[in-house]
Design a protein around this ligand. Structure first.
Ligand SMILES: [Zn+2]
Length: 172
């Protein structure tokens, strides 16, 4: 028996704390509830220490299987000598993007410059698609419904006060 079974409100508290922290960092101008940054410390070519590019912190929309959609940030590390830019799950060199072989083992997958998917959500979705259980649009509708992202005459609004800012609906 886990503590969560004995005291289910603990789980809620964690989600509430996450939401509070998320909203606080958003109100401070830099969403930090989830920060996507590579664990790599040294350059893959010359082995010198990488530097964090503080002017390269970008806001990303995170699609999470348990928390819904919220804002996070991604941070870039850099080797000045080799001009290699290390991101979460991939790196770029001379404008070319290379995926880390382990990128699907990460908790998140950066699918575009400003979008990150919780890999657990991708697995849920791809399994349902592969077995032909649902179309992607149905999966997206179910996700949006679950987290209260209800479409109202062409605009996106939340039906409760989960976030202080309107969250994006899952693209479809
Ligand atoms: Zn280097």
């Amino acid at each position: 028996m886990s503590l969560l079974q004995l005291c289910p409100s603990l789980r809620e508290t964690t989600n509430e704390q996450f939401r509070e922290f998320h909203d606080f960092t958003v109100s401070c101008g830099q969403p930090l509830a989830t920060v996507l940054i590579t664990n790599r410390q040294t350059c893959r070519k010359c082995k010198k220490d990488l530097t964090v590019l503080e002017n390269k912190v970008h806001v990303v929309v995170v699609y999470h299987s348990e928390r819904g959609t919220y804002l996070g940030s991604r941070v870039t590390k850099h080797c000045k000598k080799c001009k290699i830019y290390e991101h979460y799950g991939f790196w770029t060199e001379q404008g070319k993007k290379h995926l880390d072989s382990t990128c699907l083992e990460n908790t998140y997958l950066l699918s575009s410059e400003d979008t990150a998917f919780h890999t657990s959500l991708i697995r849920q979705c791809s399994n349902l698609l592969v077995v032909g259980a649902v179309a992607f649009s149905t999966f997206a509708t179910s996700y949006n419904r679950r987290f209260g992202y209800v479409k109202q005459s062409g605009t996106t609004e939340l039906n409760d006060s989960v976030h202080s800012k309107p969250a994006k609906r899952m693209k479809r």
